[in-house]
Ligand binder design. Structure first.
Ligand code: RTP
Ligand code: MG
Length: 147
């Protein structure tokens, strides 16, 4: 089953949006297999955003993501990487459609509420940056069938 790393950024945590955002992914039909509130180190942040190292916004991005606690989650489901990014909306909330998380709750690109992995490789790397394998709790959902 495909897994992804979803993270409610410090702005989403401070605005009390954790419950609403978790609810969207539950209602979609995805399965939560790990979660925790954490305040990441600069090292973890620089590793998480390594692909953006050298870009003009990198310093601000690391400052922001380490400025307060984030709500880190691992979710699983078919095609969850693409589907969760569609639910999040475009990176810049100015371009994010209403009905998406960023479209509904955010205005500025630097404060766009949520992160989601963009590939299977990124998801594996990002999950390992914040969770040990023992923290991923996979479980059967007997009444769930795929048709
Ligand atoms: P994320 O990694 O946070 O899920 O977002 P994303 O894939 O949609 O966007 P990405 O290109 O990976 O950019 C990572 C985060 O950097 C901030 N950003 N700021 N000031 C800027 O021009 C700018 N561009 C990107 C955003 O907060 C974005 O989520
Ligand atoms: Mg990204």
């Amino acid at each position: 089953m495909e897994k992804t790393y979803l993270m409610i950024k410090p702005d989403g945590v401070q605005r009390g949006l954790v419950g609403k955002i978790v609810q969207r992914f539950e209602e979609k039909g995805f399965q939560l297999i790990a979660s925790k509130l954490l305040h990441m180190s600069r090292e973890q942040a620089e590793y998480h955003y390594a692909e953006h190292k050298g870009k003009p916004f990198f310093g601000e991005l690391v400052d922001f993501i380490t400025s307060g606690p984030v709500f880190a989650m691992v979710w699983q489901g078919d095609n969850i990487i693409a589907l969760s990014r569609a639910m999040m909306g475009k990176t810049n909330p100015m371009d994010a459609a209403p009905g998406t998380i960023r479209g509904d709750y955010a205005v500025h690109v630097g404060n766009n509420i949520i992160h989601g992995s963009d590939s299977v490789e990124s998801a594996e790397r990002e999950i390992a940056n914040f969770f040990s394998p023992q923290e991923l709790i996979t479980y059967e959902i007997p009444l769930q069938k795929v048709i």
